[in-house]
Ligand binder design. Sequence first.
Ligand SMILES: *[C@@H]1O[C@H](CO)[C@@H](O)[C@H](O)[C@H]1NC(C)=O
Length: 329
Amino acid sequence: RMCPLGWLGVASLCLGTLWAVPAQERRKAEKPKADLTLYENLDLDNYDLTLDNYGEILDLSNYEELYDYGDLAPKIEVGTLAPRPRDPKTLPDLGETTAGTPKLQPPSGAGPVPPAPIPGQALPSCRLCLCLGTSVYCDDADLEHIPALPPDTAYLYARFNRIGAVRAGDFRGLEKLKRIDLSSNSISWADADAFRLLPSLQELLLPENRLTALPELPRSIVRLDARLNRIPSAGLRPEAFRDLKQLQFLHLSDNQLDFIPVPLPESLRSLHLQNNNIRTMHEDTFCDSQDHGQIRRALEDIRLDGNPINLSLFPNAFFCLPRLPTGRF
Ligand SMILES: *[C@@H]1O[C@H](CO)[C@@H](O)[C@H](O)[C@H]1NC(C)=O
């Protein structure tokens, strides 16, 4: 015969299990709408998109390693959404700001996280978003416009919002902006000068939007990601990438392109054009048919799968590449 206390233990164990299961399911349901293929080029082991481990997503030291930006100092390290204050005087006041900032709490129940105070920069966006050093985090904040940003912003994350357009004035004067991440919004329009005049911009991330034309890019751009939009070849300016001598990653998969854009700068390492409508190509698209000694070592990752093109029909188009493109042969 089991004593009453024993039964109590068994009962509470069962109850505990019952409570634990829905909590896990709930967390799964809260996963943002982007599926993991959106981030296919990132290290998925470290890049689960649940907001529960928001801290891991924002570990920029991991992120930058992937792109081998050896000289792009200084790195910013963000351990968790709420930074561990080094100085007790900078401890955020939990009572003060919770009323006006409904969206930035991580769903794991870590409690309200007020914006980190930046002296002299009481911008509204730092109450709505989270400003940490030169990074501004505005993910999943119901934004319909680009928020006003502090003048020294270097990294902007405004993923999973409802932003519909980017205007010429939105980033004006932000000369230190290096990365703009607008993944998973509703952007169907970007003014010609929205990004073109940003002298430090290296990464422009626009996957999962509604663009039908590619915005103009500054010469400093290293990585452009406009996957999962609606861009036809007519939405690219002629020779749009020719003068972008820093461009290494050009990701335009899942659009409506009919042609491989040319010319491609020598700096290019990764060209993703899978799941478009490319049927044919020129023999000179990747390699110079007049120069049989040419070696194009950098361009080692070309994806043309998911297009109607039969790559067997272009036997002389790939001789300079270190690796054949992925696609139908
Ligand atoms: C591509 O073209 C080659 C040469 O005409 C042909 O042998 C091959 O079967 C084609 N491949 C596909 C997937 O259609």
